[in-house]
Design a protein around this ligand. Structure first.
Ligand code: MRU
Length: 366
């Protein structure tokens, strides 16, 4: 995607370092970090300088490459996998990318590992871009079904599942960009997404950069808008999808799905097959949910009129706060899942079909 007209990825190799856009500084500043160690990469994931399930996976893969430059012994490899694996628990793409690195690197001699680790990380990054382009095209076909000549298509999204949450292209926003680029009149309701404000800060910024009409709304406004016919479909990303089609995504997604179900608004989830976790039979019971520091809730970050960064407290000093970062939307509330392999039902058959079709595609390309 373009930043001020210049094609930019959310993460990239920069010599012996890894460059990425620091998402904690957006939308007020486009700041680039150049990480030179696995520890720095792990910290970037924990602090959400890079975030979003596919991007976390790519960041972890690049983190392994950084680690292999310094210590490519079995101990060094295992230490890197353990460090990166412990950064964030919900997005399964992280474990998926680390498993890919481990499988390729473990059989090699230590001297060979750094070069191969960089190659694997680049492959994961490039595949992510291609995957999201395919998600965009499959999702575009769904959006076209909403088109009634001359009327604007209103989509609602939660959190940020745009290009900033991936290497490039986005998952939930890929069909939106495809529709906009195809000349469809799309407008996006952007949930602010408390407490980290990924919607207000990141989704609004990237839609604006691409010229997609959008309006930021308070997290609690979605139900009201759906009740009054102002939302044609909800489209969100995912951090993990269980074998039964249950979907973990940013906290608050479940409430949007309930409101969509009550108002017969289609609720679509867009995700790569690497977000599927067939080892978890029941998502509501089995997907691990990250609990983050409650200060994210107590304090609000932004800039003042002079552009200076400020943190202000919004709760009474003594109040307890609780900050689960994700929730799980039961499959019965999900209308369709848009993957790079096509659009599938949110049930055991649909999930199995997408996984099988991905495996067949991988075999054909091998
Ligand atoms: O806590 P975050 O910002 O990493 O959460 C991100 C989300 O919940 C996204 O919707 C999800 O990762 C899909 S990203 C394409």
């Amino acid at each position: 995607m373009k930043v001020d007209g210049i094609p930019t990825r959310a993460i990239w190799r920069d010599g012996e370092r890894v460059g990425f856009i620091d998402q904690t500084r957006l939308p007020h500043r486009v700041a680039v970090v150049r990480a030179g160690s696995v520890e720095r990469m792990a910290r970037a994931i924990v602090d959400m300088q890079v975030r979003g399930a596919p991007l976390i996976g790519a960041a972890a893969a690049y983190g392994v490459a950084l680690a292999m430059q310094r210590d490519a012994s079995d101990t060094g490899l295992q230490a890197a996998l353990t460090l990166l694996g412990a950064t964030r628990p919900t997005a399964v793409n992280l474990q998926w990318a680390l498993r890919r690195q481990r499988t390729r690197l473990l059989p090699l001699l230590p001297d060979e590992r750094a070069a191969v680790a960089w190659t694997v990380a680049s492959q994961i990054a490039d595949e992510d871009v291609a995957t999201n382009a395919a998600i965009g095209q499959h999702g575009l076909e769904l959006i076209r079904l909403l088109e009634t000549r001359g009327t604007r298509i209103n989509l609602l999204t939660h959190c940020n599942a745009g290009w900033l949450a991936t290497v490039d292209g986005g998952t939930a926003l890929a069909p939106v960009y495809a529709a906009h680029d195809a000349g469809l009149d799309v407008h996006v309701w952007v949930d602010e997404t408390r407490p980290r404000n990924q919607g207000a800060a990141l989704t609004a910024w990237e839609l604006g950069q691409h010229g997609v009409p959008h309006t930021v709304i308070a997290d609690n406004a979605g139900g009201h808008l759906m009740q009054h016919g102002e939302v044609d479909a909800v489209i969100v990303g995912a951090d993990r999808i269980a074998a039964n089609g249950d979907v973990a995504n940013k906290i608050g997604t479940y409430l949007k799905a309930l409101a969509a179900g009550d108002n017969e608004v289609p609720f679509w989830v867009a995700a790569p097959v690497s977000t599927f976790d067939p080892s978890i039979a029941d998502g509501v019971a089995g997907i691990p949910i990250e609990n983050r520091d409650a200060d994210e809730l107590r304090w609000f970050a932004g800039v003042d009129n002079s552009g200076r960064r400020r943190r202000v407290r919004v709760t009474p000093a003594g109040s307890a706060a609780h900050n689960p970062a994700f929730d799980v939307t039961p499959a019965r509330l999900v209308s369709r899942i848009i993957t790079e392999q096509g659009v599938v039902e949110a049930n055991r058959n649909g999930i199995a079909q997408a996984i099988l079709s991905k495996a067949e595609a991988a075999r054909r390309n091998a």
